[in-house]
Design a binder for this molecule. Structure first.
Ligand SMILES: [Zn+2]
Length: 374
């Protein structure tokens, strides 16, 4: 008796979650269509929708045109829950507000150099507080704050195992959460950005995201999940060796990808301003053209290697990747020339999120966990 009771509670939970996920992924839809598509009985669907409505998780958006008989109600999920995402870098803090659909509603970016001190973390807490006030949203609807760091995290994402871009070795999520009155989750920056790129792509399961930021990183997403590796260090493309005894990398080794393909390689010629680099590059004068050509000789090798390793789409992201749309056809041409099997480079893509992909991906961690637990 006890077992079957537990089972029926489990089954109800599974059904409720399936209905909610279905609504999340579709345009407003009728009860009949939900029942048909999910192969559930009308009473089961109706009962679950009632529960979801009582929890303010779904809304009726109107009536469908009748094809005879009573008009069917159009039902959708209520996107009025929010998540905050932080992109912590060496010199800046980016903050975003997204709704439950993952839509970017507001963002700010402040110069605020990382220091491993209480004053810094209290300052971040204050920036978050001011940002939320400015957004004028009901704070009880905030699911939490996702915090992306240029760091390798422990498996449970509570502790920083490795960080050299910011001085946060052995850092803990508690350093932030002490000053942020919402649930906090840490993410690796490149993993967060890759996660954001795949968020509403239903048909793409596997992707490699190459993050061309001021340090190079990346993420490997297999079956929609981030492949973390044995030591949470997978996708550290920045430290693949591409030049034997080459330039010294910040990690101490020689010839790493980072020393040839970080966004800094380009933006150092324009006082750190990557937009300005690409503006001057378009004019095809000055040192930018030569820098770009040299940068590409390395980038093409890396992209081809990633394609050979993973045989899936490769997305260029990060500060530099975000500007590469207008060069995409040219890059595809270059990578196809290197490819042993393919005559075109259509596997290569440029990131969708030009702004704050990392912070959005960090915020999405809360959205994902919310959806999983409805
Ligand atoms: Zn390195």
């Amino acid at each position: 008796m006890a077992t079957s009771r537990v089972n029926s509670i489990e089954v109800r939970k599974i059904n409720r979650n399936a209905i909610y996920r279905f609504l999340y992924k579709h345009d407003p839809i009728s009860i009949q269509e939900i029942a048909q598509t999910l192969n559930m009985s009308l009473p089961t669907v109706t009962q679950n929708l009632k529960e979801l409505q009582e929890r303010d998780l779904i809304i009726e958006t109107g009536l469908f045109e009748s094809t005879g008989g009573r008009k069917a109600k159009a039902i959708t999920y209520n996107c009025l829950k929010y998540a905050i995402g932080l992109d912590i870098t060496r010199n800046h803090v980016g903050i975003v507000l997204i709704d439950l659909s993952g839509k970017l509603l507001n963002n700010v970016r402040k110069q605020y150099p990382f220091v491993n001190s209480k004053t810094y973390f209290a300052g971040v807490g204050n920036l978050v507080k001011l940002f939320i006030e400015e957004c004028k949203i009901d704070s009880s609807r905030i699911l939490g704050v996702g915090i992306a760091l240029p760091a390798i995290l422990s498996k449970d994402k509570q502790i920083v195992n490795y960080a050299t871009v910011i001085d946060f070795q052995e850092g803990n999520v508690k350093a932030f959460s002490e000053f942020i009155p919402y649930p906090c989750i840490l993410s690796n920056d490149a993993n967060a950005a890759g996660f954001a790129e795949l968020w509403d792509e239903d048909n793409i399961q596997n992707v490699v995201y190459l993050s061309l930021n001021n340090s190079v990183g990346g993420s490997i997403i297999i079956g929609k999940n981030i492949y973390s590796g044995q030591n949470q260090r997978s996708g550290e493309f920045g430290h693949m060796t591409i030049v034997r005894d080459g330039r010294t990398c910040y990690c101490g080794q020689k010839g790493c990808v980072d020393a040839y393909c970080s966004a800094k390689i380009l933006s150092d010629s324009t006082n750190g301003n990557i937009a300005e680099f690409f503006r001057l590059l378009r004019l095809e004068s000055g040192p930018q053209k030569a820098l770009w050509d040299e940068y590409l000789t390395h980038l093409i090798v890396i992209i081809n290697n990633l394609r050979m390793l993973y045989d899936c789409n490769v997305i260029l992201g990060g500060y530099a990747g975000a500007y590469m749309d207008e060069y995409l056809e040219y890059l595809r041409e270059l990578v196809s020339r290197k490819n042993s099997f393919e005559v075109d480079g259509s596997y290569l893509h440029v990131c969708k999120y030009k702004l704050e992909a990392t912070a959005v991906g960090a915020a999405l961690q809360h959205v994902e966990s919310f959806i999983n637990n409805v």
